[in-house]
Ligand binder design. Structure first.
Ligand SMILES: O=C(O)c1cc(C(=O)O)c2c(n1)C(=O)C(=O)c1cc(C(=O)O)[nH]c1-2
Length: 241
């Protein structure tokens, strides 16, 4: 793909005031984001069957389970207490501070609202190999790469709020067989994702000052877009029309 030319065009088109060229290049990865995956396009157009939607919820649950573990990996690699103090909140967002709270619990309730009991999410009986591999690649990346690259890889969350808002509207309109109370996860992410991505962007711009470190951050974000795209490919293949 002629990456440089396309990125330059996006930079000229959509650079918010105050963004450096580096930040504009990060934001340009919205072109590779999984909102454009055919499965998401069909989801948001109301074209998925209950079975397909359940397949997505069950496989995406593995991503939800991995997220606090990858944030723990980032914390363990990060020597900066100021970053750790803010980053740690991501873990309690997903795990809660008591049983019955947090994002993982909210995702289990989404499953129940869609007709999946929590056992079948927790025992991974619906998890397909490609989804497992994609999600575990993200965890391995954060365990083995320099922590700032791992922070950069989380920047797909810059693009998540628009997709979440579209998804919420689509679920309420097209998938009325799902109890709307089950959509609380997406509502919470509408607030959490902008806060988290703003912090990640602060960290990356503070630490990535050399050409090499900026290139590594761009590569990390590109890798993460591939993780999300591969996860959707695996789900799409496992849940045919
Ligand atoms: O449903 C989505 O499309 C979507 C995407 C992403 C993302 O862009 O990485 C995340 C989430 N959801 C999400 O719920 C979430 O908690 C989350 C954490 C992270 C991360 O990399 O730290 N990404 C995402």
């Amino acid at each position: 793909m002629p990456q440089t030319t396309q990125e330059t065009q996006v930079t000229q088109m959509a650079q918010p005031a105050g963004d450096t060229e580096f930040v504009a290049r990060l934001r340009a990865h919205s072109r590779k984001y999984h909102d454009q995956h055919p499965f998401h396009v069909r989801m948001n157009a109301g074209e998925l069957s209950p079975q397909q939607l359940r397949g997505w919820i069950a496989n995406r649950f593995y991503y939800q389970e991995i997220i606090p573990r990858k944030d723990g990996a980032i914390l363990s690699n990060c020597p900066d207490p100021e970053v750790r103090r803010r980053w740690i909140r991501r873990i309690t967002d997903h795990d809660g501070t008591a049983e019955g709270e947090g994002g993982i619990e909210a995702w289990l309730r989404l499953g129940e609202a869609a007709g999946l009991n929590r056992e079948e999410l927790l025992d991974h009986r619906h998890l397909v190999p490609g989804a497992r591999f994609a999600v575990e690649a993200y965890l391995t990346f954060t365990r083995t790469r320099p922590w700032v690259e791992s922070v950069a890889s989380s920047l797909t969350e810059l693009f998540a709020p628009d997709l979440m808002a579209e998804r919420l509207a689509a679920f309420e309109r097209h998938y009325t067989w799902i109890d709307p109370a089950g959509l609380a996860y997406f509502r919470a992410r509408l607030e959490q994702a902008p806060r988290d991505s703003e912090h990640a962007l602060e960290v990356v711009t503070q630490y990535c000052l050399s050409t090499e470190s900026q290139a590594a951050a761009i590569d990390a974000l590109s890798f993460k877009c591939d993780v999300l795209w591969s996860l959707m490919d695996a789900i799409d293949r496992a849940c045919p029309q």
